[in-house]
Design a protein around this ligand. Sequence first.
Ligand SMILES: NC(=O)c1ccc[n+]([C@@H]2O[C@H](COP(=O)([O-])OP(=O)(O)OC[C@H]3O[C@@H](n4cnc5c(N)ncnc54)[C@H](OP(=O)(O)O)[C@@H]3O)[C@@H](O)[C@H]2O)c1
Length: 358
Amino acid sequence: MAASDSTVTNKSWFLKEYPKGLPQESLFELRESQLSTKLDEGSDDVLVKVLYLSLDPYMRGRMKAGGSGYAQGFSLAKPLVGGAVGVVVSSANSKFKEGDFVLGSLGWELFTLVPKGQGLRPIDPKGLPLSYFLGVLGMTGLTAYCGLFDIGDPKEGETVYVSAASGAVGQIVGQLAKIKGAHVVGSAGSAEKVELLKNTFKYDEAFNYKDEPDLSAALKKYCPKGIDVYFENVGGSMLEAVLQNANTHARIPVCGMISQYNLEEGEGIHGLIQLIAKRIKMQGFLVGDYMTSPLAKSFPDDVSKWLKEGKIKYVEDVSEGLESAPQAFIGLLQGHNVGKLVVHVADDERAPKAKQEE
Ligand SMILES: NC(=O)c1ccc[n+]([C@@H]2O[C@H](COP(=O)([O-])OP(=O)(O)OC[C@H]3O[C@@H](n4cnc5c(N)ncnc54)[C@H](OP(=O)(O)O)[C@@H]3O)[C@@H](O)[C@H]2O)c1
């Protein structure tokens, strides 16, 4: 890999043009470049070797010139970027030294030069796989924790329904709701995912929404007491069916609407009048809003403890190699991932080994 003692060969994924509809692999291009590992003293820059990349649905919104309204559009002139963990290769920054594990916004590439170390945070893995800091102990875990506890606020015995329930956010939401004593129902898009929901994540009920011609009838069947909290991940016809089956004073944390992300124009929603009739609280949120909140403070200790106690199981879908990133991302938008999707880019011999929950 090293081109000389002081340069490395980098490979970076670029987007050639913004996709329309489902992105195609031909729109992505892997480019090679040489990168110096010698950093200017006083620059405060940090060179990071990327180990794991997080692939997330919101990135589809960034594949538009104007972005998604809450996330800036990707530049076509720069490598694609996202949440990632890596190891410091060289540093001109007193806060980081060679060999430190770090979390930050890194490129879809082998190495990222981070100007002034901006946004980098050191990680102490404490024996846990580094990739967990992109999921259950990272952005998607925090999303589940804050959205459910702040907006959903489930009470013992209430019915909590989660869509995209086996995914990165969904799997954590369901298990947190179980910890709070709720009756938890989830839907997902394959028989394998439904098995996972029932047997690994211990959802009380789970169904494959693709097998259900009438979603409202399905929810009536699987949530016979009605829905008190709906953790919204998908939008569209699922939201319409939930509005029909929601109880009075139901809460709907609106986390995402993945069914809309590839559409040029979003669909409308029928039945919003139920918000009035049933006094439903429906609130959108961004995980970024919670970064300095008390919930963000209690999150790492709570979730690490529940992981250790086995109250939370965590399933990842690891795509091998930087080359696989575009295909894995396109698969995410089609439901091919089973669990939290990460790309394994490189190893570091000091990193705790990844493991899968049974
Ligand atoms: N608000 C925030 O701050 C925030 C932060 C993180 C994530 N999110 C949102 O949370 C949601 C889940 O994200 P995630 O990272 O956990 O992803 P994920 O659930 O791990 O993966 C996406 C899943 O969405 C489902 N899906 C894809 N296309 C769909 C469609 N047309 N209709 C219904 N389901 C579809 C697929 O599962 P099935 O096989 O089950 O269909 C797919 O596996 C997304 O909407 C995302 O944008 C929001």
